[in-house]
Structure formats: C-alpha cells, structure tokens
Design a protein around this ligand. Sequence first.
Ligand code: SF4
Length: 335
Amino acid sequence: MQTEAPLLDVRDLAKRFQMDGGWGRARRELRAVDGISFQVRRGQTLALVGESGCGKSTVANLVMQLLPPSEGEVRVAGEAVDARSSAALRRVWRQMQMVFQDPAASLHPRMRALDIVAEPLRNYGLGDRAGRERQARELLERVGLPVAMQSRYPHEFSGGQKQRLGIARALALSPALIVADEPVSALDVSVQAQVLNLLRDLQRERGLAYLFVSHDLGVVEYIADEVAVMYLGVIVERAPRQAFFARPLHPYAEALLASVPAIDPRRRRQHVLLEGDVPSAAALPGGCRFRTRCPLAHARCAAEEPALREIEPAHFVACHAVAGSPASDSTAPQP
Ligand code: SF4
C-alpha cells in the first residue's frame, strides 16, 4: 500500500469562462473544467486523455497556475499553491515545469539554445555564469543536442530537436514534476518514439513525475502508470494503465479505445459507434453529460449525474450502468 503523500494533489479544480451570449442574449457560462480531483506520485506518470475540447489542456494550465482556477486547490509537495503570491509561484515553479505542444512558440526566437536552457537558472539567481553554462551544456547533451548545435537559434532546429530543447529548459531547475501538454502530437511518428523514450529515460534517471496530457491512446499506453479519461470537463474513468487497457469500464472510454486502429488482430476491439456530436461545454446536458452519445443511456442518466466511484481497487468510474457501482440500480442495463 502506498502511504507517501502525493507530489501533486488536485482537489475539486474548476474553471469557468463567461461568454458573451451575442446580440440581445444573456451571457453564458462555459464550464471548461468542472470539479476534478487527482494525484500524481513521485516518479509516476498520470496521463489525462480525451477528445479535443474535453478540458485536459485547461487542467495542465490550471495546475501550472498559468490560468487562475475558479474553484479548487492545487497542492505541490504538501503545500497549497497561492497564485496571488509571486514568491509562492516561484517556489512552485522550481518544483514543476511545463513542456508544451508547440515548442517553437515557447522558445525565444532570438536566443541561442545554450542561453535558453541557462535562462531559468539566471532568473532564479542560481550559480555563476560559467556554472550555468556548464549545466545548460550538460543538459543539452543529455537530451541529444551536442555542443555543435548549442549556439543555434530555435528556427535552426527540426521539430523533434526543438522539443528536446524545450525538455532541456524544463529540466534546468531540476523540477520533481513535468506537466507535458501533448508533447509529441506535433511530431512525426518515428520522432515521437525517440522523444517518448527520452522522457522515460529521464524519468528513471531523475525520479521525475509527469502529468501527461494526450489525445493519443497509443502514446498513453506506452508512457502512463495511471490513466484518467476526461469528458466535457470531468473525469469519467481513472485506473492503473494495465487495468484500463485490459478492461475499460466507462462506455466513453470503451468507445475511445475501440476507435484506435490495431495491427495485431488479437487486440482489435469491436467498434463502438458514438452517436451525435460532443455537446458544448456552455450548454451541458443535465444528468450524465455523456448521455446524448451513450448507447447505454437510460432514464436515470438524465436525472442524476453519476459520481466517480471505486468499482475495483484503484479503478474509478462515473457511470450508473457499471456493475459493482453502489450507484447502479437494478433496472440499469449492464455493459
Ligand atoms: S451514466 Fe448512463 S449515460 Fe452516462 S455513461 Fe453511464 S450509462 Fe451512459
């Protein structure tokens, strides 16, 4: 049994945006993230997955305090993050750093690679110039950018090299946690594999934890220890990787997995067709927010939003129809 306190502890996190309703219409509220909780332990990877618009990238930005939450709390190494205090934010950003989907947009175009990696050390007043450069050089070499490349500008690197540069910069302050928002989705498949291997090696060497945001279940199966599936701002299933990929329990998670093409015929799943479009987060259906597309929807689903419940050890599902759920009723169809 794990007793160590989580490195990242997210409780009831929510983000709402107020939207202009248009000419003569009332303003509307978009519930991008709607009260989610999860933990990430040291040296572990939690993958947040879901279709675009489900709120997973918003969660990454909320955790990093790049967006102020509407509600909820983020604790890092036991300390609640107070986003109003710049001193508290500086402490937190020493412990967690971000790797972005588009590394080019996050790298200063007029700085050389060596200076980009040394910059966080300078911002935190760590070491002297020679020491910072030595550390930056070692980090760049570790991520696969040798000395000959280190005086280049970002535009002189390929996509994969830019992401390696982004990873080196994220590691400069020796954080315990990396929040990685779709870090390989813009890369070619062969380059994706190299960057994923690099992330796994760095995790082993440094005991890093990752909050890994991705829409790609193949990538998630490779990198994650635990998987959390999001749908319209909430987590609908959370489970250890093996349990999740062996037997997803939520109808949405099942459909997501069934939609992944498998070369190995033993791994092909019966295709579950999802009906209808994803509803707008500004006009959520009442009850279960997946009910407009769910093949198992029944009367209770419209009346009551299912809570996330532990169905099997460490396997949580939010669905009235899943057997074993204390919320299941005798009339609910079983998947
Ligand atoms: S609660 Fe109902 S609508 Fe929602 S996923 Fe379960 S069966 Fe489908």
